[in-house]
Design a protein around this ligand. Structure first.
Ligand code: IMP
Ligand code: MG
Length: 193
């Protein structure tokens, strides 16, 4: 079942089981993360690296809560095979960073850590470019589903094992614009495995 089934995209309410994290709770937590990052990186050359596309909304809100000078860049990756969520360590770089990260204090901004495979591959990829430091800021962490141990230095929320959408996260590329994180109704939408 796809939200685009029959050529029409369903209203999000038809796919939503419940709201997991509302807009106010998200914004409060992001403000706290921004303050923490601003303190920790005070004397550093903070460079935020956003992984497209899911982390876009998180990045734009987070950077407005960071009070120290910093720069941003973007990269895009995809798992092998369309609709495959678990990449088993295999990710493909579909868009590289614009700038060299050598000698910079890189903070990777991710939407959600599930098995950990994606993050683990990205960290490997960036480590060889010799940043001064490399840390991770993830909005959501599904700890129960972890297959590979990954370091998460800044975490927004630990969430249960449910497929979520909104606030950057998609269902078949739609609903990224929702200002909250919702749990999908499994009877209406089968998440990719
Ligand atoms: P991992 O490699 O298994 O950690 O998967 C991470 C990626 O899977 C994320 O960047 C998302 O693109 C996707 N993903 C995992 N869980 C969800 C979810 O609940 N909703 C939407 N995307 C998800
Ligand atoms: Mg993602």
């Amino acid at each position: 079942m796809r939200p685009t089934l029959g050529g029409t995209v369903l209203a999000y309410q038809e796919l939503l089981k419940e709201i997991l994290i509302d807009e106010e709770t998200l914004q409060e937590r992001i403000a706290a993360l921004g303050a923490e990052i601003s303190r920790d990186y005070k004397e550093k050359s903070l460079h935020l690296v956003c992984i497209l596309r899911g982390a876009v909304m998180f990045l734009t809100d987070l950077m407005r809560q960071i009070s120290i000078p910093h720069t941003i860049d973007f990269m895009a990756i995809s798992s092998y095979g369309a609709g495959i969520r678990k990449s088993h360590g295999q990710v493909r770089l579909t868009m590289d960073l614009k700038d060299d990260i050598g000698g910079r204090d890189v903070l990777l901004v991710e939407d959600i850590i599930d098995s950990g495979n994606t993050l683990s591959s990205v960290l490997e990829l960036l480590t060889v470019r010799k940043p001064a430091s490399l840390k991770v800021c993830a909005l959501l962490d599904k700890t129960e589903r972890r297959e590979v141990a990954v370091p998460i230095d800044y975490c927004g929320f630990v969430i249960p094992d449910a497929f979520v959408f909104g606030y950057g996260l998609d269902l078949d590329e739609y609903y990224r614009n929702l200002p909250f994180i919702g749990i999908v109704n499994p009877q209406r939408f089968q998440p990719p495995e």
